[in-house]
Design a protein around this ligand. Structure first.
Ligand code: NAI
Ligand code: A1CAB
Length: 269
């Protein structure tokens, strides 16, 4: 990929996760990053991670200096920050919005005619190179623009192109999903502590069990039910635990969690 400057309007948690992932993957040097944020705290954290050179006083400066401009504010500010920088945008720039819910139609209207826009739903595991992301192309975005976004996201995890209407479901599953799984990990660890393990050991075993099970699904390509059957001995320990999960509605709780998060994403539009 040719040397490029990547800007972030909004230097909060998701911007930091993506920027750190891009730098770790060698896609951009710290001198190729720009960020603006009204929060001195967010900007200071960004500067601590990448050096003081990245911060800019205004969103317009970031837009002017960036080839790829990530809009990483909360959804309610996306249109106003794009309206603010729109004079600095043209067909040579690429605008990438990561906001939940905000539609391509709204982003394009705010960015201006002919500006290539890609709407992305990333997740925070991009920070450690294990992101699960999806993206949809705007009307002025070409396959080449899609390829650039796929390359950036591919360096920090997996990236799938989808039709825009699917992005609400993606948001509910992989965008919000890490929070659901942290809750699962914390609960598994609590179970371990209840059964007598020291807290630190229980927390480590819980996280590795979730990571290992996920890798089994991804690397073997087997159906999760087949992998589960391989753990479950007749009359053994696992079936005793699974019966409790069924009784207490784990499946239904997770289905409803993803559905509610997807619904909320659609509402934000
Ligand atoms: N945190 C997550 O797991 C994910 C977040 N997202 C999306 O990423 C976006 C950012 O979310 P977070 O990083 O979690 O929020 P955050 O609150 O950590 O970061 C947003 C940043 O935008 C800044 N900001 C507010 N007004 C601004 C303005 N006018 N100009 C420049 N910066 C401004 C805030 O000061 C803040 O630092 C949201 O739209 C969210 O939907 C998407 C996927 C996952
Ligand atoms: O909670 C949120 O609205 C954002 C979008 C996906 C994950 N975090």
């Amino acid at each position: 990929m040719p040397q490029q400057t990547i800007g972030f309007i909004g230097a909060g948690r998701m911007a930091q996760a993506l920027a750190k992932g891009f730098v770790s993957a060698g896609l951009v040097g710290a001198d190729g990053l720009r960020a603006s944020d009204p929060s001195a705290e967010a900007l200071a954290y960004f500067a601590d991670l990448f050096g003081k050179g990245a911060g800019r006083e205004s969103n317009t400066q970031v837009a002017q200096e960036s080839d790829v401009l990530f809009v990483a504010t909360k959804p309610q500010y996306v249109e106003s920050v794009l309206a603010e920088v729109r004079k600095s945008l043209d067909a040579k720039k690429l605008v990438v919005s990561i906001a939940a819910g905000t539609t391509l139609r709204k982003i394009e209207a705010a960015a201006g005619d002919g500006v290539p826009v890609v709407r992305v739903m990333p997740n925070t595991p991009c920070l450690v190179g294990s992101g699960a992301c999806a993206y949809a192309l705007g009307s002025a975005a070409t396959a080449e623009h899609g390829g650039r976004v796929a390359e950036l996201l591919g360096a920090v995890g997996a990236a799938h192109e989808v039709a825009e209407p699917l992005l609400d479901a993606v948001t509910g599953l992989s965008g919000s999903g890490p929070a659901f799984i942290y809750t699962v990990i914390e609960s598994l660890a609590d179970g371990g502590v209840r059964a007598g393990l020291p807290r630190a050991l229980a927390a480590d075993l819980a996280a590795r069990t979730v990571a290992g099970a996920a890798q089994m699904v991804l690397q073997t390509g087997e159906h999760p039910a087949a992998l589960r059957d391989a753990v479950t001995s007749p009359g053994g320990t696992t079936i005793a635990g699974l019966a409790e999960l069924e009784k207490n509605g784990l499946r239904s709780a997770l289905v409803e969690a993803v559905t509610a998060a997807a619904r909320r994403s659609a509402e934000l539009a």
